[in-house]
Design a protein around this ligand. Structure first.
Ligand code: KG4
Ligand code: ZN
Length: 341
């Protein structure tokens, strides 16, 4: 007789995606429903926290019901409820975590509080059979650009982070300078494929030979000045030809990738780690995926990239990670709160 799989209901609402998922044994995604709020935040070209939390509140119950239905299970079949309680936007976190606590209490299931950063890193380990740890994780999204050393899926040390903008934020702002839609990352990714990455030599910030920190605000400003040239009265990029925009997108993306890849290798050397995990929205970038895989190969490092569908915020990575934390009898306290860091 085969053992019954451990089924975990995951809930994610740390930023602007409302998501619920059911995952079996930490690996098999039975459902992963993601309601994006991109349309609500597009005109502000960034996430507006108050709008995000209100939208989570409207959607969370429907999304959870949909995730259970799509997995063809009921709450009775679930072994534990996992919800993200940190880090993120407080108002957003509160909606998903409160929903998780309420369901756990009402259905008498254990609650597992999950760290969003650990979940992004876990997404990269999800498909492999072994536990590829210790490892250095590069977590790159709209809110984070961090190098994190993982000893276990939840025991980690942050060893580098951005001092200003996150990489995804830089993608979104550069897209705005080029008058492209929001979120800009996927659009720049596509446009960059048709441009020359060496057309413009945009600056890279290294902070010295040992540093594992990042900075993207100088790069973003360099793109702005390049687009406007000496005509600071020019409000937009309408004077540029499509091929010029593509060259700028490709050169900007190359500068971001250069720093991300080299600092990840630097972090592996510093921590004597042989495995690289890459997760977060920007990990979906085709240029970054190719460059990281190629460099790791040359450097003798194992490179695990989160599946593209599990790069941007989703609850499957939450339910997956929670399986590694699930010990029958252990229940996180319903008094637990959300925290922004
Ligand atoms: O992980 P995520 O969904 O949310 C946060 O936790 O922030 O990441 C969203 C970010 C956005 O900034 C978006 O532009 C970026 O990920 N992104 C990309 C790509 N797909 C999404 N950036 C570069 N290339 C992509 N293909
Ligand atoms: Zn995220």
């Amino acid at each position: 007789m085969t053992a019954k799989p451990t089924l975990i209901l995951g809930i994610e609402s740390s930023c602007d995606e409302t998501s619920a998922a059911v995952v079996a044994d930490g690996r098999h995604v039975l459902s992963n429903i993601v309601a994006s709020q991109d349309d609500l935040h597009a005109k502000f070209r960034g996430v507006v926290p108050e709008i995000a939390s209100r939208a989570h509140l409207e959607r969370i119950n429907l999304i959870i019901d949909e995730a259970l239905a799509a997995a063809n299970v009921t709450l009775n079949d679930i072994d534990a409820v996992a919800a993200v309680n940190r880090p993120g936007l407080i108002g957003s976190l509160l909606i998903g975590f409160t929903a998780g606590k309420t369901i756990a209490w009402a259905a008498n299931k254990p609650l597992i509080a999950v760290n969003h950063l650990c979940a992004h890193a876990y997404a990269a380990m999800m498909p492999v059979d072994d536990r590829p740890l210790p490892a250095v994780a590069l977590i790159v999204s709209g809110g984070h650009t961090s190098l994190v050393y993982f000893r276990t899926p939840t025991d980690f040390e942050k060893i580098g982070q951005t001092q200003d903008d996150a990489a995804g934020e830089a993608f979104d702002k550069v897209a705005s300078v080029l008058d492209l839609a929001y979120p800009g990352g996927p659009i720049i990714d596509r446009l960059a494929k048709t441009g020359n990455p060496r057309a413009v030599d945009f600056p890279r910030t290294w902070f010295g030979r040992e540093s594992l920190d990042f900075s993207f605000s100088g790069l973003k400003t360099a793109v702005l000045y390049h687009v406007r040239g000496n005509h600071l009265d020019r409000p937009d990029s309408s004077h540029l030809r499509e091929s010029q925009k593509a060259d700028i997108a490709a050169s900007f993306q190359a500068a971001v990738i250069d720093v991300l890849v080299k600092k990840t290798v630097r972090a592996c050397r510093a921590k004597n780690a042989n495995t690289v995990l890459v997760g977060g929205g920007v990990a979906a970038n085709s240029g970054l995926r190719a460059a990281m895989a190629e460099t790791c190969e040359k450097e003798g490092l194992r490179c695990l990239l989160a599946d593209r569908k599990l790069c941007t915020d989703n609850a499957a990575m939450v339910a997956g990670l929670a399986a590694t934390m699930f010990v029958p009898g252990h229940i996180d306290s319903l008094d637990l709160d959300v925290t922004s860091t």
